[in-house]
Design a protein around this ligand. Sequence first.
Ligand code: ADP
Ligand code: MG
Length: 286
Amino acid sequence: MSADTAVGPTAAAAADPAAVPGARRRRQGEVVLEVSNISLRFGGVKALTDISFDVREHEVRAIIGPNGAGKSSMLNCINGVYTPQEGRITFRGRTFDHMNSREVAEMGVARTFQNLALFKGMSVLDNIMSGRNLKMRTNILQQAFRNPWWSGAEREESEHREVVERIIDFLEIQAYRKTPVGRLPYGLQKRVDLGRALAMEPQVLLLDEPMAGMNVEEKQDMSRFILDVNDEYGTTIVLIEHDMGVVMDISDRVVVLDYGRKIGDGTPDEVRANPDVISAYLGTSH
Ligand SMILES: Nc1ncnc2c1ncn2[C@@H]1O[C@H](COP(=O)(O)OP(=O)(O)O)[C@@H](O)[C@H]1O
Ligand SMILES: [Mg+2]
C-alpha cells in the first residue's frame, strides 16, 4: 500500500489530535448537533430568537449568559421538552422541526437538570440505576414468564448493576452507595445526578448548571469529573454554567446568549474579548 492511500490505525492516530500530548482541549470531531434558527416564545415572552450554533463530537461546548437569557430553554429544545415555533435541529445528519424526548434519549443524548430531579428517599445506587431504564430490554411479559431455565432477566439485571457500580467507582461515591440521596450534601447530590445521566451511556451529555450552588472545592471536583467523562469516554458535553472561571477552564467553545439572542460564539479567549459579551456581563451581577 502506498503512503498516500494508507488507512487504518496508524493513519487514524496521526489524524487524531488527541494522540498528540497536550492537545486534549482541541479534540473535536465532526458536527454532531446543529441548531438552526431556533425561536421559542411563551406567550409574549421571547425566550429564544433565531439561535444557531453547532456542537462538534468530543468537545466541551458551553452555553453562558445572564439569568433568563434562554440557556435552559435551549437545552429543553434540544432534548424535546420544549417545541420551538421556528427552526430546526440536526442530530447526526437527521433534521427535526422538534425533538421527541424519548427519541432523543434513544439517540444517545442524556440530560441533567438545573434543579435536581433525584428520588430523595432512594439510595444513591437505586437513583443511578434509574438512569438505566432506557437500556432495560426485558419487558413485562418476559418477567411474567420467567423461570429457572430462562435467566435472561437476571443476567441483564447483573449487567446493569455492573455498569452502575463502575459509575459509582468512577465518581468516587462508593461510601454512599446505600445512603438515601436526600441525606447527602448538595455537591454530592449533583454528582449522583451526573451518575444517573452517565448510566444511559450517553454520546452527548447536556448539563444544566452542574456546579450551581457549589463551593470552590466541589466545583473543582465536578470540573474534573466532567473532563474525565469527556476524556475517557469521548462523550460530547454541552454545559450551561455561570462561573466564568470554570467555563474558561473546561470548555473548547462557548455560545453566549443574552435576552434570548446569541451575542457571541467562539473559543473562551474569543468570547472573553467580545465587547457585546463584556457589556452583557458588566451589566449584570454575574
Ligand atoms: N415554561 C415556561 N413558561 C413560560 N416562560 C418560560 C418557561 N421557561 C422559560 N421561560 C422564560 O423564558 C426566558 C428564558 O428562561 P430560561 O431558559 O430558564 O433562562 P436561563 O436558563 O438562561 O436562566 C425567561 O424569561 C423565562 O421566564
Ligand atoms: Mg437556566
